[in-house]
Design a protein around this ligand. Structure first.
Ligand code: NAD
Length: 312
């Protein structure tokens, strides 16, 4: 029997824990944890992400401060905004929605954020802290995956993990977290030879690639735990049919929208082999926003010198 790892339910639990913690902080400190979200330009996908982050904050009783700026905002103005947010006592977390317009120096702007408010975990200080086992902030997607594995009692200690993808946002921090959990980790990427053979050695297989259905049955050892980070829009009908297993509702959505959202894993082929697997949608996606709230609560506690409640 394959366990379907339910990111919607796990994400909802993490969000309600964040809401409880936010209420406690409000009682103790007289203010809610606050997240500032900076969006530059009008990229539709970014607008959707920022909207869902803001709604999640509000639903959990966190304060959210939106800074929506035109696409041609000069870099100097953004540096000044980040300086103001760094100095603002009501702001515990700062998130700059990526990608930024091409004229802006993304790295320099991310490095301007106070590491104590860097709830996305992209600042080099936090990247380093992950690798020296110091408390910092870890990017929300890999942090959410570890949290879900923990909540499903999936052991990591001593197990062989393969992470496909070496991005700064997902693959590398995922590898760091798995090492921290005492897994034995291999990071695979676009230059890896015999990727299917390598992946078949994995007891924990994490795909963070951005290639629809790449991970088919030839990648999956029987009994492996398969985590699908990929979010890919597929507009080819026969590929959509194959990767959704012809699911009626999802194919109806395909007819309406001309595309369907799928992961990096060929779910119908891989799921029967796996001991546990995340679906797309409804797997890793909902964990990312949930962990953003959790990280903002943590930032507020640290900045206010408050302890986490027992078990929190
Ligand atoms: P990225 O493009 O920065 O990195 C992709 C990685 O995959 C690279 O390291 C590359 O070497 C590797 N790769 C590319 N083609 C490969 C191949 N054929 N074989 C093996 N490795 C290959 O992407 P990213 O930001 O890490 O995102 C990866 C996927 O995860 C995307 O689909 C993205 O949309 C999704 N994502 C989802 C969430 C979420 O919340 N669910 C969050 C972040 C990213």
């Amino acid at each position: 029997m394959t366990t379907i790892l339910d990111g919607v339910a796990t994400g909802a639990t993490i969000r309600s824990e964040a809401a409880e913690a936010a209420a406690t902080i409000r009682n103790q400190a007289g203010r809610a944890p606050g997240l500032a979200v900076v969006l530059v330009g009008d990229d539709p996908a970014s607008q959707v992400y920022v909207g869902s982050k803001r709604r999640a904050c509000e639903a959990a009783g966190l304060a959210s401060f939106g800074h929506l700026l035109p696409a041609d905002t000069p870099a100097a103005e953004l540096f000044a905004l980040i300086d103001r947010l760094n100095a603002d006592p009501a702001v515990d977390g700062i998130l700059v929605q990526l990608p930024l317009p091409a004229h802006l120096p993304t790295r320099e702007l991310l490095e301007r954020i106070d590491p104590a408010k860097d709830v996305d975990g992209f600042h080099p200080v936090n990247v380093g802290r992950l690798w020296i086992d110091e408390p910092g902030f870890v990017p929300c997607t890999p942090a959410g995956i570890i949290e879900m594995l923990r909540r499903y009692d999936i052991p990591l200690r001593g197990r062989r993990a393969v992470v496909i993808g070496r991005s700064t946002i997902v693959g590398k921090p995922m590898a760091g977290l798995l090492v921290r959990e005492s897994a034995t980790v291999t990071v695979a990427h676009s230059k890896t030879r015999d990727l299917p053979g390598l992946c078949r050695e994995a007891e924990i297989l994490i795909a963070a690639v951005g290639r629809a259905g790449l991970v088919d049955a030839s990648y999956v050892a029987p009994g492996a735990v398969v985590i699908d980070v990929g979010m890919n829009r597929v507009s080819d009908r026969s590929l959509a049919e194959r990767l959704t297993g012809g699911d009626e509702k999802r194919m109806a959505a395909f007819e309406r929208n001309g595309s369907v959202l799928v992961g990096d894993v060929d779910y119908p082929a891989a799921a029967p082999l796996a001991a546990a697997i995340t679906p797309v949608p409804g797997g890793v996606g909902p964990l990312t926003v949930a962990m953003l709230l959790a990280n903002t609560v943590t930032a507020a506690r640290r900045r206010l010198g408050l302890q986490a409640a027992a078990g929190g």
